[in-house]
Design a protein around this ligand. Structure first.
Ligand code: NAD
Length: 373
């Protein structure tokens, strides 16, 4: 039976790199009837309005979210500014897509989650990698028990330092812009999703900051979680690889060991190498970011949202955005991370940072107040 289709009136708050990608996809989705945009930078927002033929632009998110046409919102402001527009959208009962992390402050994140759950709105968080065919194939094999009971999971994420340098340049408020909170959260979400049903009871982690300490962040954080059923989960990220590292953004390896099998995931993008006498740019380049050194070798497809062809983005962010539109338009079930998943991910990434700071094992769960103390 076909469900009744519900036309989408879409508001996008934040017209930077990610707001633009999602806005361009919205323009081409047949179920989106109206598009309104907001950014505090009017030049950026007006340009996106022209490029997507959007219906409305304002620098005031309250004005946008109060428009009668709006039924759903994408919160694509930078990491530190998700809370206010999100809470305003929840008050209006709008469906939400919130970019990760849910917030960079654990108390704010809990406030967002409570507001969403109290209001009963449908809210998802942008954990884009769930939409890759390879991870969906792994998830299906785990659900159907192909490796037996999972006993241990190991994840190693390597990132080019261009990404943290570009991210940190946007703000002076860097205390919570750590490798785990900003980027390790993607790998952690993936592992927690693949281990669905298990809850962590403790974590021990260590960090170092020799290369990126001067930017106000860590180079990397390595940690080990113990889950309630005894499963061990090793989550390691370094986001300080030199700018000339061929992976321009993100590469991971994940091993999932069970009582009757193993799934070994190589996702470093070393299988697609470009070498050129022409220098390659940055994989992630908000507003004119310059990598500072020529890069002649590139592992293609390491930019997590996808790749450009014919002025269009192809890859996981397209699948993620379009399937969110389908979720709204037809009511289809989708593998998006929920707001509860987003909050859990922030709490666990911050617990790793707390353990590294204090040099001791942290019992889980912790409260948001403990993390922010
Ligand atoms: N899922 C993914 O793969 C992925 C990849 C990159 C970034 N992200 C996330 O997407 C979000 C946005 O990142 P980005 O790279 O697009 O950042 P960006 O800096 O390019 O864009 C953010 C925009 O938000 C605007 N803004 C900030 N506060 C605002 C407010 N109160 N009202 C209106 N506009 C406001 C800024 O002016 C800026 O233009 C972040 O949370 C980031 O972590 C997700």
């Amino acid at each position: 039976m076909t469900k009744k289709k519900k036309e989408i009136g879409l508001a996008i708050v934040g017209c930077g790199t990610i707001g633009r990608i999602r806005g361009e996809l919205a323009r081409d989705y047949p179920g989106v009837g109206w598009i309104g945009l907001c950014d505090v930078k009017s030049d950026l927002g007006e340009k996106l309005k022209t490029d997507t033929d959007a219906d409305f632009f304002t620098t005031d998110y309250k004005e946008l979210l109060s428009r009668p046409e709006v039924t759903a919102v994408i919160i694509a402001t930078d990491e530190n500014y998700h809370m206010d527009p999100t809470l305003f959208a929840v008050e209006r009962g709008l469906d939400l897509f919130i970019e990760k992390p849910l917030a960079t402050n654990a108390v704010e994140s809990k406030r967002i989650l409570d507001a969403i759950e109290d209001a009963g709105v449908d809210a998802v968080v942008g954990y884009t990698q769930r939409f890759r065919r390879r991870f969906l194939a792994v998830k299906e094999r785990l659900i159907t028990g192909q490796v037996g009971d999972v006993t241990s999971v190991v994840a190693r994420a390597f990132m080019n330092r261009m990404v943290p340098i570009a991210t940190l340049a946007r703000t002076q408020d860097r205390a919570n812009l750590t490798p785990m909170v900003v980027s390790g959260t993607h790998s952690l979400d993936m592992c927690m999703w693949l281990m669905e049903g298990k809850s962590p009871v403790s974590v021990y982690a260590q960090s170092c900051d020799k290369a990126l300490g001067k930017y106000g962040t860590k180079d990397g954080t390595f940690g080990v979680f113990t889950m309630d059923d005894g499963t061990i989960f090793s989550m390691n990220i370094s986001w300080a690889l030199p700018t000339v590292w061929p992976g321009s953004v993100y590469g991971i390896e994940v091993g999932i060991v069970g009582t009757e099998g193993i799934i070994d995931i190589e996702d470093t993008h070393r299988d697609l190498v470009l070498a050129s006498e022409k220098a390659q740019g940055a994989g992630y380049a908000p507003e004119g970011f310059d990598p500072g050194a020529p890069r002649h070798v590139d592992f293609l497809t390491s930019y997590p949202p996808g790749d450009m062809h014919d002025d269009q983005l192809w890859g996981p962010m397209r699948e993620e955005t379009n399937s969110w539109f389908q979720r709204l338009y037809t009511g289809q079930s989708t593998p998006h991370a929920t707001a509860a998943d987003g909050h859990r991910n922030l709490m666990l990434t911050m617990a790793m940072d707390l353990s590294a700071r204090e040099g001791k094992v942290i019992s889980l769960p912790v409260t948001p107040e403990q993390l922010m103390a």
